[in-house]
Design a protein around this ligand. Structure first.
Ligand SMILES: *Cc1c(COP(=O)(O)O)cnc(C)c1O
Length: 388
């Protein structure tokens, strides 16, 4: 059986008849940048994310960069963020010549450990960027409490988590000063290329971001400040407008697949429970918990990725590949171990959890069209490798 990590062609086949005429219409109109489709998308997503404003932009990376620019982050400033995330979260800080300040992860959720943030705050701290990794909300109450105490803006990196809700029912991206999303094709809501979005409830910031995406221009050829070309294409917005009504059903299918995985792993005897943080005879596979600190209240996890931890991760990955099962490592190298951040001089011992995650985490196929049979096959092959 063939189980790819992700197969976007299946999703396309299911909505092809709606997408094709719209692409043709845009081709005929030759209205290719911003425009009606972008405005329509911004309206739908501001509603969906429960924010007043949404600004369509060129990518999730640019969304984060713009959010920092809007706050005036620059040389000598510090920005606090998790060491375990996709590179963009730290890259945007360094591009503005500010200093990324890394924080270790929580072993249960893999998100930033909120109890380690306060110690990192200095008079230079200009923002905190929690990342809702894999589609699972960070512990926002604790993060916002610290941020409010020191009056530091929070930029939510919700690139992997559009539609995810924190345990209080609030959509991720709507709780901080600004929230950033990505429409990279592998995200739950993916475009036909690059795209991103920033949401905010702050009118001044929204106005600035709308101008910033077009070189800070207003009116035409008059520039109050330096922005960039951070515009979203009409074609990307049109594709996203077609896909958006299906998003919730795709989340549901991913959540259902995750349940099947949890049951299969527990029934196979590879895991004793969900949420264990250390390997032992009864937990040879660690299953991250979609719930935080045994509160009994669940985050609405949208499973952009389904991540397990295993000890012989690289060997398992190779074995699964030989059985036509696609997997990936998100991410093999935390920021403090990246060559480009060596100059920051963070000691490796400061990040034991992120280091362990980098060495043991493995993403399994979780996309909506996956069948129960395929999921059972994946778990069966993992059991075969571990029990051999
Ligand atoms: C995908 C992603 C980004 C960047 O989004 P792009 O649209 O690819 O630029 C930023 N942060 C995280 C956590 C991501 O997963």
């Amino acid at each position: 059986m063939n189980v790819p990590l992700l197969d976007l062609r299946q999703q396309y086949q299911s909505i092809k008849q709606e997408i094709e005429p719209i692409l043709l219409k845009i081709a005929e109109s030759q209205m290719l940048i911003l425009g009606e489709e972008v405005s329509k998308l911004e309206k739908s997503l501001a509603d969906y994310c429960c924010t007043k404003y949404a600004i369509g932009v060129s990518s999730g990376t640019d969304a984060l960069l713009m959010a920092l620019m809007a706050l005036g982050v620059g040389p000598d400033d510090e920005v606090i963020l998790p060491t375990y995330s996709f590179f963009a979260t730290a890259g945007v800080v360094a591009r503005l010549f500010a200093k990324p300040v890394f924080v270790d992860s929580d072993p249960v959720t893999f998100n930033i450990n909120p109890s380690l943030i306060e110690n990192k705050i200095t008079s230079k701290t200009k923002a905190i960027i929690p990342v809702h990794l894999y589609g699972q909300a960070c512990e926002m109450n604790e993060i916002l409490e610290i941020a409010n105490k020191y009056n530091i803006p929070v930029i939510e990196d919700a690139a992997q988590a559009i539609g995810c809700q924190y345990k209080n029912g609030k959509p991720v991206g709507s709780m901080g000063t600004m929230g950033c999303y990505s429409f990279y094709p592998t995200k739950n809501l993916g475009a036909f290329g690059d795209g991103g979005l920033i949401v905010t409830n702050d009118e001044m910031l929204a106005k600035k971001l709308f101008q910033m995406r077009n070189h800070g221009m207003e009116p035409k050829y008059y520039h109050k400040f330096v922005g960039g070309n951070f515009r979203l294409d009409a074609i990307q917005a049109a594709v996203l407008n077609v896909k958006f009504p299906y998003l919730e059903s795709w989340h549901q299918a991913r959540r259902n697949n995750a349940e099947i995985y949890y049951n299969e792993f527990i029934n196979s005897g590879l895991a004793d429970c969900v949420g264990a943080t250390s390997f032992d005879a009864r937990n040879k596979v660690l299953l991250p918990k979609p719930i935080y600190k045994d509160t009994g209240v669940y985050n609405y996890h949208i499973y952009n990725q389904f991540i397990i931890r295993v000890e012989k991760r690289d060997e398992l990955r190779q074995f699964l590949s030989s059985q036509s099962i696609g997997t990936e490592i998100y991410y093999p190298v935390p920021f403090h171990r990246q060559e480009c951040f060596a100059y920051l001089g963070f000691p490796d011992e400061e990040f034991p959890i992120a280091n362990a995650l980098a060495e043991t985490s493995l993403a399994l196929p979780i996309y909506p069209e996956l069948t129960e049979e395929q999921i059972k096959y994946v778990v069966q092959k993992i059991a075969e490798f571990i029990n051999q």
